[in-house]
Design a protein around this ligand. Structure first.
Ligand SMILES: Cc1ncc(COP(=O)(O)O)c(C=O)c1O
Length: 442
């Protein structure tokens, strides 16, 4: 079995660009260590490979439908109708006041939070900028940053850019629940931050209030900062065992934690890049110190439309999760029949398949065969791990991430291709050995 493209320790590099790329597993493994080359993100590489092989793209997590028409019209109107306000010039650095007010009122309705719109809500250029600004604000050089693995790739890039070291605590299947004892055991005197993601990409795990509470206690005890990425807050499916609870609902969390949200994920407008960071006024003002020199501000017309969408979503969130759930069920059923033991996938856009019931090959090899010979693109979960510390045979190296935020015809065709071509394509690989016991997780 070949392991994922090994990536060097990011801190072995002097230049920030090389650290950032190694931290996000985007250094070309074929390039010499002395003159490394950067490759695009795993998502862009998967999309490019899907195009090159005319494969169906279940790799990149974007919906193949547009956001609701009324929301698109609000943004268009905001750009072209001067009477609706100066929507084509700089927005305030903290974001349009209309959007800050509606983020605050949405968090009050949904989570019972009381966030002051002027001091406790900051609009960012996508959740991505909120994540970057928060990590760069709190992860001092030489410190350690803890996260559960697998994790969203931008965390690793920013931690490395800050000159800090990422330390992973694996989420183990089939439940993928956070092991808070293991997290605690990983804390050292160098730890500066904990990065959380609930609902979690790619496992779909929704963290419980108890788990969040214990983590906040740890942060208080050790004087750590928490960045809790909650971009999938509106995408919890109806059969999830737990509702989404923001980290900020834990008593006293605002002293140590901020939450990050995304209009792109919430309204299926991922290209708009409107996100936000919420939390205690002091932490928000510290993060602002970084954020205002990243983008300063962006997309006032999009911000204006999102402000109205959050005030009244016109039933979109419920319709969207019902559609996602139907796609999830279709994909899970098909992956189960193929022997890929799908996880429960209770939230977000993704379902995980475990290749070990089908083949001895790694998920990296599996995904290459899948794209090139079967015509379906997916992402090996190892691309979302800290590769310079990864164990080649670890469970995380056998998992594949498939996106279900796609049209049903697309999912059905992907499953048909897999049913018809996958067994022969795997059998033709010299290193393939069939597993003796098919995985039967459901
Ligand atoms: C866990 C997670 N956080 C953040 C983001 C980025 O969000 P945005 O597009 O709002 O920058 C994504 C996008 O895929 C994600 O999956």
């Amino acid at each position: 079995m070949s392991s994922p493209s090994p990536q060097p320790d990011p801190l072995a590099f002097e230049k920030p660009w090389a650290r950032s790329a190694a931290g996000a597993n985007t250094l070309d493994p074929e390039s010499p260590r002395s003159s490394p080359r950067v490759v695009p993100t795993i998502y862009e590489r998967t999309t490019a490979s899907a195009l090159a092989h005319q494969a169906i793209n279940l790799g990149q997590g974007f919906p193949d439908t547009e956001g609701p028409d009324w929301l698109l019209e609000l943004a268009a109107q905001s750009i072209t109708d001067p009477s609706s306000g100066p929507r084509n010039q700089y927005a305030p650095g903290m974001g349009l006041s209309e959007l800050r007010a509606s983020i605050s009122s949405a968090q009050r309705r949904r989570q019972g939070l009381d966030l002051h719109p002027e001091t406790q809500v900051m609009v960012t250029t996508g959740a991505t900028e909120g994540i970057s600004a928060t990590i760069l604000a709190f992860a001092q050089p030489g410190s350690e940053v803890l996260t559960f693995e697998p994790h969203y790739d931008s965390y690793g890039a920013c931690v490395a850019l800050a000159g800090a070291r990422m330390v992973g605590v694996p989420l183990r299947g089939p439940e993928f629940r956070p092991d808070v004892d293991a997290l605690e055991a990983a804390i050292t005197e160098r730890t500066s931050m904990i990065l959380l993601n609930t609902p979690h990409n790619p496992t779909g795990t929704v963290f419980s209030t108890e788990e969040l509470g214990r983590i906040v206690e740890l942060a208080k005890k050790h004087d750590l900062r928490i960045m809790c990425d909650e971009v999938y807050e509106h995408l919890v499916l109806s059969d999830a065992a737990l509702p989404h609870r923001s980290i900020l609902t834990v008593e006293g969390a605002e002293q140590v934690a901020v939450a990050v949200g995304s209009a792109g994920k919430s309204f299926s407008v991922t290209g708009w890049k409107v996100g936000w960071v919420t939390g205690g006024a002091e932490l928000i003002s510290q993060i602002r110190g970084v954020k205002q020199f990243l983008s300063f501000s962006s997309g006032p017309a999009f911000q204006w439309a999102v402000a109205q969408g959050l005030e009244d979503d016109r039933g979109f969130f419920a319709r969207n999760t019902a559609e996602l759930e139907a796609g999830r069920d279709l994909l899970r059923e098909g992956l189960h029949d193929l022997g890929l033991a799908p996880n429960a996938a209770e939230a977000g856009y993704f379902v995980l398949g475990d290749v070990s019931g089908l083949t001895s090959l790694s998920a990296v090899d599996f995904c290459r065969i899948l794209a090139e010979e079967v015509g379906v693109a997916a992402i090996p979960v190892s691309a979302l791990t800290i590769q310079h510390t990864a164990q080649p045979m670890d469970e995380l190296q056998r998992l594949v991430r498939f996106a279900f935020c796609k049209d049903h015809t697309t999912i059905t065709e992907a499953l048909r291709r897999m049913r018809e071509h996958l067994p022969a394509a795997l059998a033709a690989h010299p290193a393939h050995e069939r597993a003796s016991e098919p995985a039967a997780r459901r």
